[in-house]
Design a binder for this molecule. Structure first.
Ligand code: MTE
Ligand code: MO
Length: 419
């Protein structure tokens, strides 16, 4: 499924891209047109005749890669309150390494002894069950690759002027992991659900007292009590020893450091249900319990802070996701949104997971504005920033999913623009 891409390709190569195979061959770096400078001139690579370094009990990135880190923006007024951002512009594929998963803490990371920890499930009436970590490990486990995105992700894009920051520092409150745990429905069925039970109140152990209300239908559908993240036990900062993972729904309901789960006929209306992560609408009424994250995409490369050193061939790369299902298409524009062409979606394209898109791009040295826009399987298309603002008004702080634009200038510098 190859597009004739008059805008992103030089015309002389467009006709060669008529089947997937030739496209993929041609998509390799250095095989198109002028190619990538230096590729063919490489000197003989070195080799080693002596044994190298030793083994390690727990692997770390190469010394030369240690600058790929989470960027922390912490609130100096409240201990342990703030965020750290996944460096999306420095990562590839769709799985976020555990040490780089974004963090959002309201009052620090509690230190929990797994032998002391247990999860209380309160059913209606007098019945309650207590699960130790060892108990939970005996239940059937499920793994799912899913994104988690904070409702506050990308919120500087509501500001009147575009903030100049790396893609991960604007949009990196989203990460993708393979989460493994027990289906919440199994525990709730065991506790016993009555017809009055319409909500689940999830309560956490950290000092901020995070407590959220979730509709029972979602809890019985696909929520996990996650114990593992990318194959290893949850990291302390991501909820060790157990957290909720609520597919496609905003970060706050993915309660970390779980303490108790209580069935209820009404939502609790905690501060996290009513004050935090709510958006003041045009009519002056706050939209609460937004839950499902909108369809969204961002270009991770080229992006702000990166520099195009020569004209020629590059690959435009990025991530797309939707809280409503799978990504159907991602379209790219190199002219500020006048013309759009479909990008390649890298398989697997999974439900409520980060999806990688790519498209070779020929930079001819002119100023261009790169944009991506995603459409999901529910039919929703990522809005332009103007469309989003006219729909939501000027007082919104969360849930920004508008199109993001990067301007490439004639020197190959890249900046964040509203286009
Ligand atoms: N107990 C507890 N759960 C929590 C939070 C918290 O501060 N305490 N932050 C929430 C928010 S706002 C988000 S976006 C996600 C972030 O999960 P992460 O830190 O694993 O990325 O956790 C949610 N669960
Ligand atoms: Mo969040």
């Amino acid at each position: 499924m190859i597009m004739q891409n008059k805008r992103l390709y030089p015309a002389k190569t467009a006709q060669m891209r008529t089947d997937r195979r030739s496209f993929l061959q041609l998509g390799g770096l250095g095989l198109l047109g002028a190619g990538v400078a230096g590729v063919s001139d490489a000197a003989e690579p070195p080799s080693w005749s002596e044994a190298g370094g030793g083994f390690s009990n727990y692997g770390q990135p190469a010394d030369t890669e240690q600058r790929t880190i989470r960027w922390i923006s912490a609130n100096p007024a409240v201990p342990g309150e703030g965020v750290s951002w996944t460096p999306l512009h420095e990562l590839e594929g769709t799985i976020t390494p555990n040490g780089l998963h974004f963090e959002r803490h309201h009052n620090g990371v509690p230190s929990i002894d797994p032998d002391e920890w247990s999860l209380l499930v309160n059913a209606s009436g007098e019945r309650s069950l207590r699960y130790s970590l060892a108990d939970l490990h005996r239940y059937p486990l499920q793994s799912r690759i899913l994104f988690i995105e904070c409702g506050g992700n990308s919120n500087t894009l509501w500001k009147p002027q575009p903030v100049q920051a790396a893609a991960g520092h604007l949009h990196g409150l989203v990460s993708g992991c393979e989460w493994t745990g027990v289906a919440l429905s199994v525990l709730l069925q065991e506790a016993g659900i009555s017809t009055q039970d319409k909500w689940l109140i999830a309560d956490a152990m950290d000092a901020s007292g995070v407590t959220v209300s979730l509709p029972i239908a979602k809890c019985l559908d696909d929520v996990l009590v996650a114990l593992y993240q990318n194959g290893e036990a949850l990291r302390p900062e991501n909820g060790y020893p157990a957290r909720l993972v609520v597919p496609g729904w905003e970060g706050i309901v993915n309660v970390k450091w779980l303490r108790s789960l209580s069935l209820s006929d009404v939502p609790l209306m905690s501060r996290f249900d009513t004050v935090s992560y709510t958006d003041l609408q045009k009519d002056g009424i706050a939209e609460r319990m937004t839950f499902e994250m909108g369809v969204k995409s961002i270009i991770t490369s080229p992006s702000v802070g990166q520099q195009l050193t020569t004209t020629g061939d590059y690959e435009v790369r990025g991530l797309a996701w939707s809280g409503a299902g799978r990504i159907q298409t991602v379209e790219l524009s190199a002219d500020g949104g006048r013309n759009w062409v479909p990008a390649h979606l890298q398989e697997p394209v999974l439900d409520r997971a980060l999806t990688r898109f790519r498209l070779p791009w020929h930079w001819d040295g002119r100023a261009q504005v790169l944009m991506s826009r995603a459409t999901d399987t529910a039919g929703a298309r990522q809005p332009s920033r103007d469309e989003l603002i006219s729909a939501k008004g000027g007082n919104v702080y969360y849930h920004y999913n508008g199109i993001c634009a990067w301007a490439v200038d004639v020197d190959g510098d890249i900046s964040h623009v509203y286009a």
